[in-house]
Design a protein around this ligand. Sequence first.
Ligand code: K1U
Ligand code: ZN
Length: 175
Amino acid sequence: MAQLSILRYPDARLHKVAKPVQAVDARIRALITDMFDTMYEAKGIGLAATQVDVHERLIVIDVSEERDAPMVLINPEILWSSEEMLKGDEGCLSVPGIYDGVERAARIKVRALDAEGRSREIEADELLAVCIQHEMDHLMGKVFVQYLSPLKQNRIKTKLLKQDKQEKQDRRENA
Ligand code: K1U
Ligand code: ZN
């Protein structure tokens, strides 16, 4: 079981645009396994490769209560989005402790490769639709806080940088 380190906002690497996966090979399958381990351990419902500093178009998701419905999206593309929008609170493993409202398309249709490299079309609504859109934003270098006001973004940056500094200080003191 390999845990990957999750980049934390405002790390500049979260804003890199991911490149398409060229081949669903052993390297990608090992990365998928490690990303699921990391997502389940962090109690997240999704994780984009960007968040673990791999800039390729790969997402893992599990929005089930039982945590037994893993879903892999490689090179995802949105085929259709509903005109209807819904606003709901989002969180992010790269922005720990921050939750805020973001407006997203209520329903989407997505095409992606699965872990075996087969092309799939997925129709999603509710939490799955929100999660796919949130993770696809990561692949484009966008973090959900960028939908918030500049004032909120600055407050979040300051708070997380302060937390980071404090954690580093605590580690030095306990070393
Ligand atoms: O960091 C991430 O991209 C994962 C993120 C996915 C997400 C959660 C909520 C809305 C959109 C996308 C998380 O898993 S955040 C933590 C979490 O477990 C959670 C937060 C709110 C609702 C459900 C789960
Ligand atoms: Zn996120």
